[in-house]
Design a binder for this molecule. Sequence first.
Ligand code: TYD
Length: 231
Amino acid sequence: MSEIPKDLLDSFRPPAFPGSFFLSFEGIEGAGKSTQLKHAKEFLENKGFRVLVLREPGGTSFGEKLRKSILESKEPINPLAEAHLFCSSRAQLLQEVTLKELNNPGTIVILDRYLDSTIAYQGKARNLGTKTVLELHKHFPLNLVPHMTIYIKISLETSHNRQKMRNAPKDYFESQGDDFYKLLISGYEEAAALFPKRISIIDGEKSFDEVKEQISNQLEALIQSREEVLK
Ligand code: TYD
């Protein structure tokens, strides 16, 4: 693993609004992220929270323009340019939406992909390096990280099989080969090792219902632990 200075890691912290939660969902293609995210939203709404799901890149009108410029690009984008585009979309979304929403107690903002996607995709698969990605994020508001990140982990083979079954058109990243996916998996491993408290690894090889249960248990534990603190 690359050497990351402690003071760089220490610049990352969750937002300090009492009574609201910031979450993110991560995983490679075929992990079941979108479907599990829907269930997590329902689970949290049933507990009385107001839940907002936002996607990255995008979520603001500026961010959606950046999303198109990346995902519809026909020519290769320089990795550093790519990382900056994702950071721009993220900073705008944080300022325009996420932070305002988190200021309301009882709110949960769930990001469909966040910092760990940049570590995996740009840092590892695009070879920019995790340290460079973290350095790009060390200033406010990009230094804000979720209270919990749900990483649904699957193998390359499972990703292949599920993508074959789905047979959906592929975007800029999805059309990459096996080596790219292997790097993504190792990028997520690296992120999980750097942020072990924040990133909760879910075994995505299990059945849909089992994955759903693992996620609900993690969310329940997070809510309980915060309720204890707020008592
Ligand atoms: P999207 O259609 O939202 O993908 P998915 O349904 O898999 O979440 O497209 C987002 C793509 O952008 C996805 O392939 C991952 C990639 N990405 C990065 O490369 N870096 C990032 O920081 C983020 C947020 C996404």
